[in-house]
Design a protein around this ligand. Structure first.
Ligand code: GUN
Ligand code: ZN
Length: 434
């Protein structure tokens, strides 16, 4: 058993429904076999457990590990494409890189960079868009297993529209997906996600196979893209006989509480109602939406309809792994919507980056906050002395103000240590301090 001593911030009480940030100053968490078995003021816990090993994290800030609900493993070397809307960006920038994943050695190198980048940003759980090649998806699960991240991922499938080398057939998609799931689903912290790229690149036959595969893997998730860009949406409507975008998944039984759909920047009210009734989650990816000029996410309409929303980095259209940056951009986005925006506080941002993500991924019994009974998935933030964030934190009015400054100024360089199941990750990065 270990006593972690420090200041802990988390959001077990949803700030979107009246909850507030939970702040525990000079507190302790007792961690036993990776699980938090007690929490309280440090002096009290110390008295109760005088002989336990202490990990002293005072002087920093401990947050739950982030949960990234939408990130593309094969795109880490394709961050930074500017000046293109979605379909042009895919064609000219992202998909040529995704085609390189045919080379398993290349994919393994990318996988190592990818898991290192996630962990260094304080992300401990992620729903990851895999590659179009099964061997490349194997390299991702292998790399994630080495680091110990909680990864849900799968083979990305498409049978039209993309460059030919990225296409599959419904039969091959089924065989390869089930084979991958049998190798990785439920093995260690890995889980499988059925992953058609987007309905624009998938026939009804392929989407039907996705449903078959989803039903064959108990505990698997479903993920894809939805209503990201106006030209994309128009093309989907043409391809599917005038259907709205959400309907292209729903007609194959692909929308329920296991589903995570990225973007949904331009939904109709009918689609929002469908998403709410189905229990699906929308992964809001604000830096990506800004880079590709996709639009401003209507968070208020999602909340009004009761649609679950979490946060995704969407690397590589997104600008990096940090959910601190995504949180700040989510805040910007709502500010820019003016009267139509939903005002966000730092507590909302932390909730979106942690608890909401855990709920989306079906992991909320295990992770998402630092309550007794949860696994100790956590990150220590401690800015360098004299840095703008250190100055900001020193002069903050209260804990919520500290958190607002962390979202505004924090970067992966401020993430000094990351734990999963109480185990310190040995992340091989320049900023790791242990
Ligand atoms: N829609 C289909 N594929 C992609 C992708 O790789 N990135 C984004 N942002 N949208 C997509
Ligand atoms: Zn995406």
């Amino acid at each position: 058993m270990t006593l972690f001593r420090g200041t802990f911030l988390d959001t077990p009480h949803n700030p979107f429904t009246g909850g507030t940030l939970r702040v525990a100053t000079d507190a302790a968490l007792l961690v036993e076999d990776g699980m938090i078995s007690a929490r309280g003021p440090y002096p009290e816990l110390r008295r109760a457990h005088p002989a336990e090993n202490i990990v002293d994290l005072t002087g920093g800030l401990v947050l739950p590990g982030f949960v990234d609900t939408h990130v593309h493993f094969p795109q880490i070397r394709a961050v930074g494409g500017m000046g293109m809307p979605l379909l042009e960006w895919l064609d000219k920038y992202a998909l040529p890189e995704e085609a390189r994943m045919a080379d398993v050695g290349y994919a393994a190198g990318v996988a190592a960079e990818f898991v290192r980048g996630l962990a260094a940003a304080g992300t401990t759980s992620a729903l990851v868009f895999g590659a179009h090649y099964a061997d490349a998806v194997d390299t991702l699960f292998s790399a994630a297993s080495r680091v110990g991240l909680r990864i849900t991922s799968g083979l990305v499938v498409s049978d039209r529209f993309l460059r030919p080398e990225l296409l599959t057939t419904p039969e091959r998609a089924q065989t390869e997906s089930l084979a991958l799931a049998s190798r990785w689903h439920g093995v260690g912290r890995n889980r499988y996600a059925v992953t058609p790229r987007f309905s624009l690149s998938c026939t009804d036959d392929l989407l039907e196979v996705c449903h078959t595969v989803l039903e064959e893997i108990p505990g698997a998730l479903f993920t894809s893209h939805l209503n990201e860009n106006e030209a994309e949406i128009a093309t989907v409507a043409e391809l599917f006989g005038g259907s709205d975008y959400a309907g292209t998944y729903d007609r194959h039984g692909l929308l329920d509480h296991r589903s995570v759909l990225a973007h949904n920047v331009h939904p109709t009210d009918v689609e929002l109602k469908l998403l709410a009734e189905s229990g699906a989650t929308v992964a809001h990816c604000p830096t990506s939406n800004a880079v590709l000029g996709s639009g401003l996410f209507p968070l208020g309409r999602h909340l009004d309809h009761g649609v679950r929303v979490a946060l995704g980095s969407d690397v590589g259209a997104g600008t990096g792994f940090s959910l601190l940056k995504e949180g700040l951009q989510a805040y910007f986005c709502q500010q820019l919507l003016g009267d139509h925006g939903h005002p966000l506080t730092a507590a909302h941002l932390l909730h979106l980056a942690t608890t909401a993500g855990a709920e989306a991924l079906g992991l909320s019994a295990e992770v998402g906050d630092l309550s007794v009974g949860k696994r100790f998935d956590a990150q220590l933030l401690r800015p360098a002395d004299g840095s703008p964030l250190a100055v900001g934190v020193t002069h903050a009015a209260d804990a919520e103000d500290v958190l607002a400054r962390v979202f505004t100024l924090g970067t992966p360089a401020d993430v000094r240590a990351v734990w999963i199941d109480g185990q310190l990750l040995h992340v091989d990065t320049a900023n790791e301090k242990g």
